[in-house]
Design a protein around this ligand. Structure first.
Ligand SMILES: [Zn+2]
Length: 277
């Protein structure tokens, strides 16, 4: 377990970086870290994350009762505590409103296409948790649906949430989400997203163990029965190695077509096999 002074200093530094990069405006966003099995260190309510000092943080128990600190904890404390309850492996939580990723969250477009290797190995897919009024118990409920399988998610019409084994691991996932959102936006503006083949996706998922990534983070955990069928994304795998992969709805094609749901099942099977071997 990290020293409390180090954790306070890390929260200050991450808040400064988030504000400098425009991930938060005014008093937006919040950051927390586990102190031990019963206590959480958290940013206070109503302060700009770019101008915090280590003494501003509050300490609460896992039910949100304040144990220490002059200020009250963040209004989003319930969402953070829900993550710690659901994920024993998580030691830090970061929430912000990075504008490009939040744009995807507002548009209702999840970042779940297999296009970047570094995203597949660190985050897998990035789903959107349903809209919930900030600071109410609705938000933890919306997050609960995805947090067991995902280290990062968008929050509909709100922002993004990332978790990690320490503060910087959680923060860097926030950077990865915003970076991925910017790249995805540019690719979509250019009119084309070439997807990574399913064989490569499986290989990258296998490499996750090498990077020490434990959460399964399937390519898409969204139940397609709840989606508009027209929005169901189709991946077309090449029939020969090296050929380019393009999304297509061409029914006459002889190439293999997989929905994200089928890909998810393939990946989960592969992870099960890996875990049993
Ligand atoms: Zn927020």
């Amino acid at each position: 377990m990290m020293n409390e002074g180090t954790l306070r200093a890390d929260i200050v530094e991450i808040g400064r970086r988030m504000y400098a990069r425009g991930y938060t405006a005014s008093n937006d966003g919040n950051i927390s870290a586990r102190l031990d099995s019963a206590r959480v260190l958290m940013t206070p309510k109503g302060v700009c994350k770019g101008f915090m000092t280590p003494d501003m943080m509050c300490i609460t128990d896992l039910d949100g009762r304040k144990l220490q600190g002059d200020r009250d904890p963040s209004s989003e404390i319930l969402m953070h505590l829900e993550v710690y309850r659901q994920r024993a492996d998580v030691a830090a939580v970061v929430h912000a409103h990075p504008p490009t990723a939040t744009g995807f969250a507002v548009a209702g477009i999840p970042l779940d296409r297999a296009v970047l290797a570094e995203v597949l190995t660190t985050l897998g897919s990035i789903p959107i948790a349903a809209y919930a009024t900030p600071s109410t118990s609705e938000l933890p409920e919306a997050v609960r649906r995805y947090i067991t399988a995902h280290d990062g998610m968008l929050l509909a019409n709100h922002g993004a949430l990332t978790v990690g084994s320490d503060l910087y691991a959680a923060y860097f996932k926030m950077e990865t989400i915003e970076h991925f959102a910017k790249i995805s936006l540019v690719a979509r503006l250019l009119g084309r997203e070439n997807l990574i083949t399913r064989e490569e996706v499986l290989r990258l998922q296998g490499l996750r163990d090498t990077y020490g990534v434990k959460a399964p983070a399937p390519i898409c955990a969204v139940d397609e029965t709840e989606q508009d069928p027209a929005s169901c994304q189709v991946v077309q795998a090449p029939s020969s190695p090296g050929s380019r992969l393009v999304p297509s709805a061409d029914a006459a094609s002889e190439e293999i077509r997989l929905t994200y749901r089928q890909l998810t099942e393939l990946i989960e099977d592969a992870i099960r096999t890996l875990n049993n071997s």
